[in-house]
Ligand binder design. Sequence first.
Ligand SMILES: [Zn+2]
Length: 146
Amino acid sequence: MNKDHEFYMHRCVALGILAGHRGDSPVGSVIVKDGHIIGEGIEGGKTNMDITFHAEIEAIRHATHALKSQDLSDCTLYTTHEPCIMCSYVIRHAKINTVVMGMTTGEIGGYSSLYPILKDTSIKHWGTPPTIITGILEDHCRGLHK
Ligand SMILES: [Zn+2]
């Protein structure tokens, strides 16, 4: 199981490197369903001059197009960095089952900040919060900033 987590996180790190090379924050994300990557996201907020091009949202866009459904409840999101508050809203809307992150980000994160949207249980139509797994290839993810 942990080996699988590392396998998909390595792909996220590779996507994060691509983002960094083009001048964006070095964040990469993938969506996995039944052992297959069905969506990939490369951070592109600066490239596109549009804050909504976060890697997690890009991965979700690709996955919803692949599945022709906005319900990603059988999917796992892997991402190098803790999803931000904006991405966490989209993750909850898509009902993603499990979120695996390399490193937490603190104050703008949707898990470890004062706005832990990923853990919220007060918004009924979001259902059960996703399972959260942190610290997968954390050193690799932190290394993206060097
Ligand atoms: Zn985000």
